[in-house]
Design a protein around this ligand. Structure first.
Ligand code: CTP
Ligand code: MG
Length: 393
């Protein structure tokens, strides 16, 4: 099928069955909000041209906190009272772009793979309406009201149907418009709506891991699944030195510490952040800070080093990984670092978007020995622990 391919990700539900203080799609699994993982799967897929999120207007701030860091998302549109209404809102928002194909997906299914998206595109292009299904292992029975078995179904004919469901865009948009005009508003998936509209729907191979996080037990299981998938656990180290010079403060761990001297060097010369950046890039084997931000390049002069740390953390996320821990040691005779330790930890945690319990800041003098001991400069060493999805490379 020629033309562009869009994805609608519906995230406007209330997550009532999952309980919790905030709707389930904004809760984190292994440190990453569920909706962000789901959106990222589409944003990083090379064949998806547009990603349209649908959210509840009451969750605007939660959505921003969870997904504000993602680039190339279309502006979120407001969902409705039912999943069907939310999907329709997403489709209407895409209408002006008239994609050829649309993949409709639940935000509550964050584990879909790129291969499943490939299959959805192939099946949707071939048949105009296609859904992922998996065979049923259990025997399924229908029961009557008194919980007596009414019927045993033929297992070979049953499929558990998931999302993303793929449709020719105009076909599904028209079906949605017709359904709402007919006051039919309780279809639980888009295939059911296409079936009602008389469209044959084909089934392609789904993915057992593509579960819908529904109950609080699902969260516990999903956490284990995600951590098991992030089995490539790497540590990287970083080291940085800057000389003291005239000035009245030093930047350390993103915190301005008043001092009788300043520090010369690259950007704002924050040795703690520079060592952390190198530690993270080391864990990724993606070069070092000088490669990405050459000191010879005037655009980095005086820049806040927070930008470099944010960049390194974004590289981890771009590889679908997580930062499990950051640890930095600062070595100097003065200024005293320990009074600022908690502020530094909080700042680093905020930049890296990880819990403060996963950030350690330590400080020591070097017993008046060497350049640090003579008060000529300041040094930092860091270790980053990064978890990435396993790959054979
Ligand atoms: N959804 C939506 N708008 C609604 C209802 C649901 O966008 N009015 C979305 C959900 O956010 C979810 C997907 O549809 O990503 C599948 O719905 P479900 O798993 O049932 O989520 P919730 O409706 O949020 O959960 P619950 O039914 O437990 O309240
Ligand atoms: Mg629901």
């Amino acid at each position: 099928m020629a033309g562009t391919i869009a994805a609608v990700v519906v995230a406007a539900g209330r997550g009532e069955r999952a309980g919790g203080k905030i709707p389930k799609q904004y809760r984190a699994i292994a440190g990453e909000p569920l909706v962000r993982s789901t959106l990222r799967a589409f944003l990083t897929h090379p064949r998806i041209d547009f990603v349209q999120p649908v959210v509840n207007p009451a969750d605007e701030r939660l959505f921003l906190a969870a997904a504000g860091c993602l680039r190339n998302l279309l502006p979120a549109v407001a969902g409705g009272a039912t999943r069907q209404a939310s999907v329709r809102a997403g489709l209407e928002a895409l209408a002006a772009r008239s994609p050829a194909l649309v993949l409709i997906h639940d935000a509550a299914r964050p584990f879909l793979s790129g291969a499943l998206i490939d299959r959805a595109i192939a099946a949707g292009s071939a048949s105009h309406a296609a859904v992922p299904g998996i065979a049923v292992a259990d025997t399924i029975k229908t029961v009557d009201r008194g919980a007596l078995v009414a019927e045993t179904l033929d297992r070979d004919r049953l499929r558990i149907v998931q999302t993303p469901q793929a449709f020719a865009f105009t076909l599904i948009l028209e079906a949605h418009r017709r359904a709402v005009a007919a006051r039919l508003e309780s279809f639980t998936d888009d295939a059911a709506l296409a079936e009602w509209a008389g469209q044959p729907v084909s089934v392609f191979e789904g993915e057992p891991g593509n579960v819908k996080v529904t109950t609080s037990d699902d969260f516990a299981r999903a956490e284990i699944m995600r951590l098991a998938a992030l089995s490539d656990i790497r540590t990287g180290n970083g080291f940085d030195v800057h000389a003291f010079a005239d000035g009245d403060h030093v930047m350390l761990g993103g915190i301005r510490i008043p001092h009788s001297r300043g520090v010369t060097g690259h950007s704002d010369a924050d040795v703690a952040l520079h060592a952390l950046v190198d530690a993270i890039l080391g864990a990724l084997a993606e070069g070092d800070i000088g490669l990405h931000f050459p000191p010879s390049d005037p655009q980095w002069k005086g820049v806040a080093s927070e930008r470099f740390l944010a960049f390194a953390c974004e590289r981890v996320r771009a590889r679908n990984g997580m930062i499990a821990h950051l640890d930095v040691t600062v070595v100097c005779e003065a200024p005293r670092v320990s009074p600022h330790r908690d502020a530094m930890r909080a700042r680093i945690a905020a930049i890296a978007n990880i819990p403060v319990a996963r950030v350690a800041v330590k400080a020591t003098t070097s017993e008046k020995l060497g350049f640090a001991g003579r008060g000529e400069g300041i040094l930092a060493m860091a270790t980053a622990t990064v978890r990435l999805p396993w790959s054979a490379e």
